[in-house]
Design a protein around this ligand. Structure first.
Ligand code: SAH
Length: 345
């Protein structure tokens, strides 16, 4: 019999599952699971018989460190192995305000953006809520720290794993669990418009980041296949709706690729399309990924692009690139581990 994924269960589900146990025991179990216990033997305040019974029926998801790379700037990239052997990546970043972790939501990705290493290795499966939690717990235990911020911006498309991601959000923010508030969580999407509307309806206080990367359909169709399903206009309409419903500013990711989306005209078009929105643009010099042929825009191009955006009434910043020396952008390390040939980044 396949064991039940106990760490993905909400407190209410646990109460129903263990209706024969006193409530305080159920709370103890939840609390152990969310402090990162890897096995039931660690739950030392539970009776031995109960621990044995639990181990027979339930499984605790765990992220085992396969590889750890520490950057000169303190950023740490983990390659984790899941219970079934699948490999995923997470990146731990140190900021003045605390630790932030970028976690994966799927093993691989179906979206196939032309500049992204993750898509090049294909899609394997969705991650469970417990596997998303395990990435945070494994990094916390490994570094003996407490993580205060989470970004769903690693491998995978979070809105393509919508139900599991929502459940993860409920669990990670639970006061008896890790208690990381929604305002400390960002979710990055390539633009699954139907799900952006669904998420807006939940009125969560998390930050929505949208990977825009192009000011128009002509360029976006070439780099991001998802644009053929929902175009830029439909995507921006969903973002406006999201801001209105949640009162939150949407943040747009824009990876600058030399000669592809970094011209003055692109900047003007971007500013005019975002005009009137409560939006912020995060410019990222594209990370070199082998096989794409893409190159980063130079510093002077970045500066000029920003100044045009600002003149057009758009707030923008160039994202600090952390961990460039350890292949910290998503999908790079897994791809290398699987033999997917070299990197320049
Ligand atoms: N699927 C989600 C989240 C994962 S990708 C999304 O698309 O937003 C995380 C971010 O890294 C996205 O903004 C993605 O577009 C960006 N990204 C992927 N490959 C990149 C590269 N080579 N250089 C810069 N940014 C990249």
């Amino acid at each position: 019999m396949e064991k039940i994924d106990i760490k993905s269960m909400t407190p209410d589900e646990l109460l129903t599952e263990f209706s024969d146990l006193p409530k305080f025991r159920v709370k103890q179990i939840f609390s152990w699971l969310h402090r990162g216990a890897a096995g039931f033997d660690e739950m030392t305040d539970l009776p031995k018989g109960l621990r044995t019974a639990l181990a027979e029926r339930y499984e605790i998801a765990f992220a085992r460190i396969v590889q750890k790379r520490v950057s000169k700037d303190g950023t740490i990239k983990y390659l984790f192995q899941m219970n079934d052997g699948e490999l995923i990546e997470s990146v731990l970043m140190r900021y003045v305000h605390g630790f932030s972790i970028c976690i994966s939501t799927q093993v691989g990705c179906k979206m196939n953006c032309s500049f992204c290493a993750t898509g090049k290795s294909g899609f394997s499966r969705d991650l469970t809520p417990s596997e998303m939690l395990s990435q945070i717990q494994a990094a916390q235990t490994d570094e003996s720290i407490r993580i205060s911020n989470v970004v769903l911006m690693g491998m995978g498309e979070p809105l393509d794993n919508y139900e599991n991601v929502l459940r993860f959000l409920e669990l990670v923010s639970h006061p008896d669990g890790m208690n990381i508030g929604m305002r400390h969580i960002s979710l990055s999407t390539c633009g699954l418009v139907d799900r952006i509307y669904d998420l807006a309806g939940k009125k969560l206080q998390l930050t929505l980041s949208v990977s825009l990367h192009a000011p128009n359909d002509e360029i976006r169709n070439r780099t991001m296949p998802v644009n053929k399903r929902w175009n830029v206009e439909q995507l921006l309409a969903a973002c406006r709706h999201y801001s209105k419903e949640t009162g939150r500013r949407v943040s747009f990711e824009y990876a600058m690729i030399s000669g592809v989306n970094d011209s003055d005209i692109c900047a003007m078009e971007l500013a005019s399309r975002l005009h009137g929105m409560t939006a912020h643009v995060n410019l990222i010099p594209v990370n070199d990924v082998t096989d794409t042929g893409y190159k980063k825009s130079g510093i002077s191009r970045q500066k000029r692009f920003i100044s045009i955006l600002e003149r057009g009434g758009c707030t923008a910043t160039v994202r600090r690139t952390l961990g460039a020396d350890i292949e910290a952008s998503c999908g790079q390390l897994r791809r290398k581990h699987k033999g997917g040939n070299g990197y320049e980044g």
